[in-house]
Every structure is written in structure tokens, then in C-alpha cells.
Design a protein around this ligand. Sequence first.
Ligand code: XMP
Length: 326
Amino acid sequence: MANNVRPATMERITTQALANAFIAEQISSIRAQVGKEKVLLALSGGVDSSVVAALLMKAIGRQLVCVHVNHGLMRKGESEQVIEVFGKELGANLIYIDATDRFLDLLAGVAEPEKKRKIIGNEFIKVFDEEAAKLKGISFLAQGTIYPDILESKGVKAHHNVGGLPEDMQMELVEPVRLLYKDEVRVVGDALGLPHSMVYRQPFPGPGLGVRCLGAITRERLHALREADAILREEFDRCSLAEKVWQYFIAVPDFKSVGVRDGKRYEGWSAIIRAVNTTDAMTATIEEIPYEVLHRITARITAEVEGINRVLMDLTPKPVGTIEME
Ligand code: XMP
């Protein structure tokens, strides 16, 4: 059983030198754990799994097989970017699986947040098990689990990469950044030479838009959420808020309100903006967004996204609100 408790004496990784020491240590422990075996990595394209991919490539090279599962809950353009960056630019051993229908069919009608998380987590593992069986001789599964995932899985949320593993899972876990906080993972990513845009990309939860399409997911509402979220990201990029705000996204609840468009009654969903700052995701504060930016985002979302007729903003810090709304 891997050690999942961060020693009190472990120094916070804040410099390139500390990151290099961590990398060297991990390279030898990964090699010792894995030997000549192959490792399957769930590459979501987020900071954590990207850093783990780079670390594993350094440690074991072509023994690493990256699998990107598109669970249909990715942000707009995200799977395409994973293929572009890892498959084409970095030349990784990458397998792409579009499992959208599989996930969305299982999730149909399921409203309870923890149940949704468990379904997504379990299905993820199933897809990987199936892939491993096809590939033959893969005995390890690498994951980008970080320390807050471990801490919070002890009771608050069943984060899929900790809480959702089935009892009979046949692969041993390789989780080289499991004792690190997010800010440390980024310092390690920098030291590994990953592109800045990848290392400083905002975190994205494993269950993806699944926990932002609140309640029972429908394809229509998921589509509206994805489009609205893309507009928010575009506008944050445009006014440099993207570099300043730790995590920002849209959530779409499963109720409609009455509105008016082109002189006619127009019932639609609300898009809720959430923009928070934090260092370790254990607590979070609210970023102040200039009204001018909020007005522009509102105008664009209500004009461009079919099905949305209001834009709201969540001003709740953590605690008492968690960062995600589910
Ligand atoms: P919360 O909502 O718990 O989120 O305040 C803290 C951080 O964790 C992310 N998060 C998740 N990450 N699986 C993940 O991999 C999950 O189920 C999950 N839920 C929340 C969240 O986006 C935030 O960065």
C-alpha cells in the first residue's frame, strides 16, 4: 500500500532546485516500482496528468502508454488539444477513445452528485481496464492524484481518482504527485520543461463538465454549458484574468426561468459564473471581476448560446461553498 500521508517534515516545493530533487527521487522510485513493465496513464490534459505524463516519459520512456478518454464531459476543444500537444507535438504513445455515448447514456436521469461522480469514476476505470486488456501485459495504472484529492476523499467528496476504484482492479497504481499540492505540481511541471500554457492552465476536475451540468445531465444543457464556458474562457484570456484567477468556469443548473427574446417569452437556463482564487484548493476566495467584463460576458452568452437566458454570479467563498457546485 502506497504511503498517502504527507510527512510533516516534507518541504514545500517552491524552487527549481527542490523540484529537480523531487524529480530525481521520483524517477528512481518509478523505475524501482515498474521495472520493465508497461504503464497506462489516464491523460486528461489537465496540469496533474500532464505533469505525471512528462515525469513518466522521463523515467520510463516508451513503456508509458497514454490513453485519453473523451468522456463527453470535456471543455470545448480540449480533447483536440490533447491529441495535438501530446500525440503530435510531444510524440507520446497516445491512444484516443471517444466514449461520449457510453458515459452520457449511463448518466441519463442521474441527479445525485456523488452518484454521478461514482458512475464517471467507475466507467473510467472500466474503459482503462478494457484498454489494458487489449494492450496486453500492462500491470500499472498511473494517475495524477494530488494531495487535496486524498485529503478530501476522506469524507467530503468521492473524487473519482481516489474514491471510485473498484475492489477487483487489476492494475497497481503509480501516483508520483500524490503528496503534492497543486502549486508544487506546477513548479515540478516547469522544471520538467513543459510549456507554460500547460503548466499554468487552470485545474479541471476528473468528472469534468459532469459536475457543472447540475442535476441530471442532458445533452442539450451540456452543450449550452460547454459553449458558455468557452465564451467565459475566451473573455478571461482577452483581459488577462486567465493568468490571475486560479479557477473559473460556468455551471448550469437544471431549472429554467422566464425571459424574453425578440418580443417573445423565452424560457432558458441560467449560466452561473464562478471565479475563485486559492493556493491549495482547501479554501478559496472570490475574484473581483470588473463589471465591464461581466457585462460583456453576459451579452455574449445570452446572445450566442442557445438555451441560456440569464447569467448569474456565485460570490461564495470556500468554506462555506466548495469550489465546484456539486
Ligand atoms: P471542491 O469543489 O471540492 O474542489 O472545493 C476543489 C478542487 O478539486 C476539484 N475537484 C475535483 N477534481 N475530481 C477531481 O479530479 C473530482 O471529483 C473533483 N471535484 C472537485 C475542483 O475543480 C477544485 O479544483
